[in-house]
Design a protein around this ligand. Structure first.
Ligand code: 6PG
Length: 233
């Protein structure tokens, strides 16, 4: 695990885009990427789109998602919707596997898991997973105290969540810890002072307290900005 401290969200976004490009160029064959939700990845998507379709071998890229809210794709809270506006449409990408947040979450999660395992095996080996972190230490839609945090058999589940960070009681669809830990490369993008205290605890505190701490693997990098890194020694 490595931590990269960068000046601000723009630098974190640029680092994410450069890592995407570097790892894609270094790969052969299909390159499976899971996108993160929330607001932080938006700028990275815009930077990748600004590079233009010809800049990278997008025909080898399959887009997947780390989690989704149980809303339709055109809803303002849809993670797919955000990616569609900032990356998929600008680059005219077609190999996109979205989580169907508008359907029954248990069924949608099972169908997504089946598609992911068919494409990437069991456990599914994604080439690159982007993740964010909430001010409560959640990542993807693995919220502290929610059932999916302890899931070790499944790779995609519907997760009942009751958290102010998730805007109250709701259900999310999320990749699980086994799926996230099987990824070849993981890049956390974290920015903002509201993340500083929990980031200090997640990276320097006792293990196993926060869902973000459960994501381990051969190549996990935290790209964090100065504001979020304020409590890092
Ligand atoms: C989601 C995300 C979630 C996100 C964090 C950080 O669907 O909400 O996948 O895990 O990464 O909540 O969100 P921000 O980037 O908006 O701070």
């Amino acid at each position: 695990m490595r931590v990269e401290k960068l000046p601000d969200l723009e630098a974190v976004s640029r680092a994410g885009a450069e890592e995407f490009a570097r790892l894609l160029r270094a790969s052969t064959g299909t390159f499976r990427v899971a996108l993160s939700g929330g607001s932080t990845p938006k700028r990275m998507h815009e930077l990748l789109s600004a590079m233009g379709r010809e800049a990278l071998p997008w025909d080898r890229v399959e887009l997947w998602f780390g989690d989704e809210r149980t809303v339709p794709p055109d809803h303002p809270d849809s993670n797919y919707g955000m990616a569609k506006r900032t990356l998929i449409d600008p680059l005219r990408l077609s190999q996109v596997h979205r989580m169907e947040g508008e359907r029954d979450a248990v069924q949608a999660a099972a169908d997504y898991e089946r598609a992911l395992v068919t494409a990437a095996g069991a456990p599914p080996v994604l080439d690159l997973v982007f993740l964010g972190m909430g001010p409560d230490g959640h990542t993807a839609s693995l919220f502290p105290g929610s059932p999916a945090v302890g899931e070790r058999q499944r790779y995609v589940v519907a997760n009942p969540v009751d958290s102010p960070v998730a805007k109250g009681k709701t259900t999310r669809i999320t990749l699980t810890v086994p799926a996230l830990c099987a990824a070849r490369h993981v890049r956390f993008l974290v920015a903002g002072a509201d993340k500083a205290h929990v980031l200090g605890e997640v990276l320097q505190g006792p293990r196993g307290r926060y869902p973000s701490q459960l994501v381990e693997g051969s190549d996990v990098v935290w790209c964090v900005d100065q504001a979020a890194a304020k409590e890092l020694r």
